[in-house]
Write a protein that binds this ligand. Structure first.
Ligand code: ZN
Length: 325
């Protein structure tokens, strides 16, 4: 027993040291590209699925937290096959017999849930039965997740990864230029200042009319248009399944459209006072940006307080541009 424990802990220590040396994005990309070569499924789709699952596992209590390079999660019985009497079986032929999803991707003769390559190859192998073009991949994704929104989120992420050609897309900025004249405070959960019966789901940033409003993250424009309460507004989905909502705009940046890829700092519109009336209504309250954040966990979506994030982004941006002062 003692020997076993010693062996176990030292193995973990070695794995940890190894993980720290390597850039996790490089490690992931290497695996995506490898599986792309074998299956012809574009790496950015594999990256999008992996990132989607990583994001939901971080906020879901019914799923284990991601611990490996690849975060795609299979339940043991899904991997081994529902009718397999041994849910921890790793013999690829046995798994295939029981219609399990597990496959041997790394060629060690075992289909193991502990192997990142086996796990990534398993989802690719599943999608491969539908086809490798965008349309068939969507059908495959729908049949796997049975949720339109999930397919939309994954497809959006794939577009973002493809566009930038890399995985490191974590940069975030404050939604108005930090040198602009503006003020904001924590108001999440307060009664709404302007109409509506629900609680205030966001932070109001007061600034002059027309002050540029910027995308805060890498992502894709999911929604753009008029709403009775929010006025002219834009919704952007980032690569962590978070939806960023910008409301009461004075207008939109030129040529901005739904499905477009954005990056942090990109101007998407201006601070305004639109809303609370038919399209075009404005001026019923002082100009401000209403900024909301919503998290999707694969089942539902809920709002959370953007204030601490806004404060962090501003601090970070100021620290990185402060030298000019
Ligand atoms: Zn507001």
């Amino acid at each position: 027993m003692g020997t076993f424990l010693l062996f176990f802990t030292s193995t973990v220590a070695v794995r940890d040291a190894h993980a720290k040396e390597l850039d996790p994005y490089q490690e992931r990309m290497k695996l995506y590209k490898k599986v792309e070569t074998i299956t012809q499924i574009p790496w950015y789709y594999l990256a999008a699925i992996d990132q989607y699952e990583r994001s939901i596992r971080l906020v879901r209590r019914d799923l284990p937290k991601p611990e490996s390079t690849i975060a795609i999660y299979f339940r043991p019985e899904q991997w081994a096959g529902l009718t397999n009497p041994n849910p921890s079986a790793e013999n690829p032929a046995v798994l295939q017999f029981f219609n399990g999803m597990g496959v041997d991707g790394d060629g060690d003769g075992k289909a193991s849930l502990k192997s990142d390559e086996d796990v990534l190859y398993a989802i690719a192998h599943y999608l491969l039965s539908y086809g490798v073009d965008a349309e068939n991949l969507q059908i495959g994704l729908w049949n796997y997740y049975h949720r339109d929104k999930t397919v939309r989120i994954i497809t959006g992420k794939a577009k973002v990864y493809r566009h930038f050609g890399r995985l490191d897309l974590d940069k975030q900025v404050f939604p108005v230029p930090i040198r602009s004249n503006h003020s904001y405070r924590s108001t999440w959960g307060d009664a709404r200042g302007w109409g509506g019966r629900r609680i205030h789901e966001g932070t109001d940033i007061f600034a002059g009319y027309g002050v540029p409003v910027r995308a805060t993250n890498y992502g894709v424009i999911e929604m753009k248009g008029w709403n009775k309460f929010g006025g002219w507004r834009i919704g952007i989905r980032d690569i962590n399944n978070t939806y960023h909502y910008f409301a009461h705009l004075s207008g939109f940046a030129k040529d901005l459209k739904v499905g477009q890829i954005v990056e942090p700092g990109m101007v998407i519109g201006g601070v305004g006072s639109s809303g609370y009336g038919p399209p075009g209504t404005s001026g019923k309250f002082p100009p401000h940006l209403h900024y909301g954040m919503y998290k999707d966990n694969g089942i539902t979506e809920w709002s959370f307080d953007p204030y601490p994030h806004l404060a962090k982004w501003k601090r970070f941006e100021r620290a990185n541009t402060g030298k000019k002062k």
